[in-house]
Design a binder for this molecule. Structure first.
Ligand SMILES: *[C@@H]1O[C@H](CO)[C@@H](O)[C@H](O)[C@H]1NC(C)=O
Ligand SMILES: *[C@@H]1O[C@H](CO)[C@@H](O)[C@H](O)[C@H]1NC(C)=O
Ligand SMILES: *[C@@H]1O[C@H](CO)[C@@H](O)[C@H](O)[C@H]1NC(C)=O
Ligand SMILES: *[C@@H]1O[C@H](CO)[C@@H](O)[C@H](O)[C@H]1NC(C)=O
Ligand SMILES: [Zn+2]
Length: 439
């Protein structure tokens, strides 16, 4: 009798292991353009709590160029930009012979083998939700996500949190993986620069939104079963419209391709004249604040920003705080939008990864993560294999590594091995009990 009860309990435990919190639900929140260096510059009501109760790396490394869509797609796929093909917010695709923007899903589907985490999760029977995450509004491998919210520039973090919690707690098909994208503080950084009071105010709102997220999880009884990763794609740097704009027309009569790409500029399609153009640009870089790289330059290889036809033969990168002339179009846009309190100071990103003001944030908190733990440096391509471990998904080919990121996990046994181990233990206990009864 006792044996049967015990056997029943063991089997129940194994079957309901997921519900018992063995495989947590996961929410990944991206705060676009949140610079790590801002963490030490303000008092935080909620982020301080998150850091104290979770794990973070000494340094979270992003990919060059430090632009939004490329880095968000590296996080979702575990691939360098040259491998996933989103090599800029806007790219010129020489095979399609046209410029692709965020409105074209082809921006994200150059490599047909690429399957972002949300699709991988759906294929393995999970339910993914995406709130405005770049690339998530079209199918991969012929498959859409279960829950999807399109981009709205005016959406507040509070609204996004409400939506995420609604999906997590759906009674029929609860989402086990939700990606949340918030366009702040990036927008305030561009319009006002990171040293303005408008920017500080936006940071306060973002902090309050994070507080609201944990409050809602608490309220819905999800604090013990939901893991939360809060990260960003890059930081931001102050740009002066008076002294920070480089006019390439004074060096070479040519614009960046595709045009709106400061502080990085790709110049392509020049064939035999490339070396002449390169020499001109190289000469111009002596009097201007930018660097020039041919594809063959070792930096391009080190940045994994080389092996893709969407990357042109010449890449220019402005020094921190400088932008190319196309930036004037943005300024005009901000003026037309009627943002209050505009000055001559703006902000931008896209610079080299080693620049401290481009460094993004990463902090993970929840049942799977150690508390108050600092891991060694890891890269945003390492997030993909981490999520695979957390959700028990088989990772596809990727450029990530678990070496540093795995140290944040509270349990040393990989989570996907837990069910088989429990089954084995249950069987062993059963066998022992049965054999004692027989003898
Ligand atoms: C994915 O969603 C889009 C737009 O909502 C729709 O047009 C398309 O048919 C869907 N594809 C699949 C495979 O469900
Ligand atoms: C937010 O923007 C959308 C369009 O993107 C618009 O339909 C909606 O009315 C706006 N909401 C508010 C509160 O401004
Ligand atoms: C090189 O740059 C200098 C200004 O820094 C300019 O005077 C000169 O004409 C340039 N040379 C060529 C070959 O473009
Ligand atoms: C990144 O991963 C892809 C897919 O496995 C692979 O093709 C590529 O060579 C990797 N890149 C590097 C620099 O290792
Ligand atoms: Zn961004």
């Amino acid at each position: 009798m006792n044996t049967l009860v015990l056997a029943y309990l063991v089997m129940q435990f194994v079957t309901h292991w997921k519900c018992l919190g063995g495989v947590p639900q996961l929410v990944v929140v991206s705060l676009d353009g949140f610079p790590k260096e801002q963490l030490s510059r303000h008092p935080w009501e909620h982020l301080t709590w998150v850091y104290a109760h979770g794990s973070h790396p000494r340094r979270f490394i992003n990919q060059f160029p430090t632009k939004s869509f490329p880095n968000h797609f590296s996080i979702a796929t575990g691939l360098y930009q040259e491998s996933h093909g989103v090599v800029g917010n806007t790219v010129f695709d020489p095979n399609l012979k046209r410029i692709l923007t965020i409105k074209d899903h082809e921006l994200f589907t150059q490599n047909p083998g690429v399957m972002p985490l949300w699709t991988l999760n759906e294929q393995l029977g999970g339910h993914s939700g995406c709130i405005m995450w770049p690339g998530c509004d079209g199918p991969f491998n012929g498959r859409n996500v279960t829950y999807w919210e399109p981009y709205r520039g005016n959406a507040t973090l509070t609204e996004l949190v409400d939506l995420a919690v609604k999906w997590l707690t759906d009674s029929m098909t609860p989402a086990n993986l939700v990606f949340v994208y918030h366009n702040q503080p990036d927008l305030a950084g561009h319009v006002y620069g990171p040293d303005s009071s408008y920017y500080s105010d936006e940071l306060k709102k973002v902090d309050a939104g994070i507080g609201y997220l944990f409050q809602m999880l608490q309220l819905r009884g999800l604090r013990q079963s939901v893991d939360v990763v809060i990260l960003s794609d890059h930081g931001t740097a102050s740009v002066s419209a008076q002294t920070g704009i480089i006019d390439l027309n004074t060096v070479l009569n040519r614009n960046c391709i595709p045009s709106p790409a400061p502080p990085r500029c790709l110049i392509s399609g020049l064939f035999k004249k490339d070396l002449y153009v390169y020499a001109k640009l190289q000469n111009g870089s002596r009097a201007n604040h930018y660097r020039v790289f041919l594809k063959e330059n070792p930096h391009m290889q080190a940045w994994h920003y080389k092996d893709n036809p969407r990357i042109s033969s010449i890449t220019l990168v402005a020094e921190i705080g400088y932008v190319f002339q196309d930036f004037r179009k943005y300024i005009k846009g901000y003026q037309e939008e009627g943002y209050p309190g505009l000055t001559e100071t703006f902000g931008d990103h896209g610079y080299e990864v080693d620049n401290p003001s481009m460094e993004p944030i990463f902090v993970a908190v929840g049942p799977s993560f150690r508390k108050k733990f600092i891991a060694e440096d890891f890269s945003n391509v390492d997030v993909y294999p981490l999520v695979c471990v957390l959700l028990g998904l088989p990772p596809g080919p990727n450029n990530g590594s678990l070496d540093a990121i795995n140290t944040m996990l509270a349990r040393s046994i990989p989570l996907q091995l837990m069910p088989p181990i429990l089954v084995a233990l249950g069987t062993l206990v059963l066998w022992m009990l049965l054999s004692t009864q027989v003898t």
